[in-house]
Design a protein around this ligand. Structure first.
Ligand code: TPP
Ligand code: MG
Length: 662
């Protein structure tokens, strides 16, 4: 029972009914959405938000709040109802009335950029849980650096059968079990129903055994028995392993004729069923009308951690490192990242190295000056060159480390990095081969959608990796990643550009970046500083003879472009070489800048060791595009570049011919 100031007693059942009714009414009004999950998990969520979760609706960004992740994002009405009832400023009842309509923050699935209190964007099943692993890592890491006084919270997840069935789940819980993330607790909506019907149609897995085998504490409860739910949560709190609680529930609980069936998963209940549900729940109020006493009881629930937060604010104010902690949580970079001095050194002493090596060199000063950076790799540390002197391993024995051995878990790594970035206080970067970005592509997309500052170090970025052959040689990847909105894809051509791109990626606090880096050595082409990469593309080598062509290239092909130019200039054909480390940054420049760099009265040519698809936007349809529109092959890199026609000797004559010089 919760007793309000007015003396009314409101039972847990009534608190949960408010969630059920709001959910079924909102879905009905929108004529779309998922009533089954919120109605089924209403009791579990009521216990969590009433008795266990540490949060303060008046201070949604309180750094030491528990993180709550609704991994079963289709049940978004559950979190909208909870945020409203516990007293967050938004969503209002009107917002909920407009569930799923344009402009309402109550979007189809929970979106972290729409509402305070929504920590991560969920809907792609499995990723919420996998992001929660990253949040739990960030919590332990910051705890190791700032102590219990400032960092001492938990990560709670509600996940459905789907989240547990996805392959990503295996990666995520393996990592969490290995790192011993005991402050992570998963409430599994064990309703044995998915869209197609009974889970027995598609799975016979012993989920509890699987979790136990990866080092998790597992238990079960009756998800409609408040005392039993509380008991299971207490057990999870007491256990120092990550916990899975199988909450046995009935999907759509409260819908008298439809509950327990997949028909309540994703369709409105209908007026008749809703009327019957109202009778059963003893609910006499009209849609979107909540009785005052019930609202008061829920608001009181929302104040449970207010004094805990007050005490924390006092500790923060008294802590000598309080200001540093706050700056770190909001994602500030130090005024000097060390990159400028490092670039000066390169200008004084040019280096011929692979850009993956140049990345490691840039990471030296960056990781030294930016303690928030946490690196890692999906088992390719020595190839991705992601480890630096400043970043010791983060392990279950020492969470203060700044380097994570993610294992061969590309998707798990990317999702964890999203969770880390959205937790705040850390800036994650992680590596794999560019070709395996497909394994984690949806998490990269989710970084972009969620405005998460995650930096992907994707090496071996073309046929230039050589002998490993077409399975390992990305062809379509760079261009296809450029299609993801709010993702900055960098393909630097030398040491200086690599350093600039790292700095730009770090400064981009509102989204992820990809650094596509070579395995093979490249000469240092730049002889001046100036952060020229910031505009996405710039004139690297101006024509000497009267200009007839502009060659635009990226990464390792800029060297080829320079060689082509030298050959043509020797024949008196003037050629500009434009280096384009970031397509999206260039496209964001004004027309004057773009047209000056790529004038329409000369032949425009592109060179990139990947698909030519898309380069028409740069060259115009009349221009020339050199690339690879097939899979690669196994051979040494130089042999492949010749085989695929990407050499100065093969390209120069074609430009000459196109210009009418035979
Ligand atoms: C990666 C992914 N695949 C498919 C879907 C579509 N989808 C949404 S909910 C759902 C079924 C999920 O079942 P469960 O987690 O048991 O949820 P419940 O039906 O119990 O609410 C599916 C397949 C999705 N959202 N994400
Ligand atoms: Mg289910």
């Amino acid at each position: 029972m919760s007793t309000t100031e007015t003396g009314h007693s409101i039972s847990e059942t009534q608190l949960a009914s408010a969630i059920r009714v709001l959910s079924m009414d909102a879905v009905q009004a929108a004529n779309s959405g998922h009533p089954g999950m919120p109605m089924g998990m209403a009791d579990v969520a009521t216990v969590l938000f009433r008795d266990v979760l540490k949060y303060d609706p008046a201070a949604p960004r309180w750094a030491d709040r528990d993180r709550f992740v609704l991994s079963a994002g289709h049940g978004s009405m559950l979190i909208y109802a909870l945020l409203h009832l516990t007293g967050y400023a938004r969503p209002t009842l009107d917002d909920i009335r407009n569930f799923r309509q344009l402009g309402s923050p109550c979007a189809g699935h929970p979106e972290n950029f729409e509402l305070e209190g929504i920590e991560v964007t969920t809907g792609p099943l499995g990723q919420g849980l996998a992001m929660a692993v990253g949040m739990a890592i960030a919590e332990r890491h910051l705890n190791a650096h700032y102590g219990d006084a400032l960092v001492d919270h938990r990560t709670w997840v509600i996940a459905g059968d789907g989240c547990l069935m996805e392959g990503l789940n295996h990666e995520a819980i393996g990592l969490a079990g290995h790192l011993g993330l005991g402050r992570m607790n998963v409430l599994w909506d064990d309703n044995r129903i998915t869209i197609d019907g009974d889970t027995s149609m598609s799975t016979s897995e012993d989920i509890m055994a699987r979790y136990a085998a990866t080092g998790w504490h597992v238990s079960a409860c009756d998800g409609h028995d408040f005392a039993d739910i509380r008991r299971a949560m207490d057990e999870a709190l007491a256990d120092d392993r990550p916990s899975l609680i199988a909450c046995r529930t009935v999907i759509g609980k409260g819908a008298p004729t439809k509950q327990g069936s997949h028909s309540v998963h994703g369709s409105p209940l209908g007026a008749e069923e809703i009327a019957l549900a109202r009778l059963g729940l003893d609910w006499t109020h009209a849609p979107f009308e909540l009785p005052d006493a019930l609202v008061a009881a829920w608001r009181e629930v929302g104040t449970r951690s207010r004094s805990v937060r007050g005490d924390w604010e006092t500790r923060l104010a008294a802590n000598p490192r309080g200001a540093e902690f706050t700056a770190r949580m909001v994602g500030e970079l130090p005024a000097d990242t060390g990159i400028a001095a490092y670039i000066d050194g390169l200008l004084a002493k040019p280096q011929t190295v692979a850009t993956r090596k140049a990345s490691e060199m840039a990471l030296g000063p960056l990781t030294e000056n930016i303690p928030a950076m946490i690196g890692g790799s999906a088992d390719l540390t020595g190839s991705n060159n992601t480890k630096t002197k400043s970043t010791g391993p983060l392990t279950s024995d020492d969470y203060s480390g700044r380097y994570i051995y993610y294992g061969i878990r590309e998707f798990g790594m990317a999702a964890a990095m999203n969770g880390m970035a959205l937790h705040g206080g850390v800036i994650p970067f992680g590596g794999t081969f560019l070709v395996f970005s497909d394994y984690c592509r949806n998490a990269i997309r989710m970084s972009a959608l969620q405005h998460a500052r995650v930096i992907y170090v994707l090496t071996h970025d073309s046929i230039g990796l050589g002998e490993d052959g077409p399975t390992h040689q990305p062809v379509e990847h760079v261009m296809s990643m450029r299609m993801i909105p709010n993702l900055d894809v960098f393909r630097p051509c030398d040491t200086i550009e690599t350093a600039e791109c790292w700095q730009l990626a770090l400064e981009n606090a509102n989204g992820p970046s990809v650094l596509a880096l070579t395995r093979q050595n490249l000469p240092q082409l730049r002889s001046e500083g100036g952060m020229l990469s910031a505009k996405g593309a710039y004139l690297l080598r101006p024509a000497i003879a009267p200009r007839k062509a502009v060659i635009v290239a990226t990464g390792s092909e800029v060297e080829i472009a320079v060689n082509v130019r030298d050959m043509l200039e020797a024949d008196g054909i003037g050629v500009d070489v434009v280096s384009m480390p970031s397509w999206s940054r260039f496209m964001a420049q004004d027309a004057a800048y773009r047209d000056a760099l790529l004038p329409h009265d000369v032949l425009r040519v592109s060179i990139e060791a990947g698909v030519t698809f898309g380069w028409e936007a740069i060259t115009g349809i009349a221009g020339l595009r050199f690339g690879i529109d097939s899979f690669g092959a196994s051979a040494p890199a130089e042999v492949l570049y010749d085989h695929f026609g990407l050499t100065a000797a093969k390209i120069a004559p074609q430009i000459r011919a196109a210009l009418g010089h035979h």
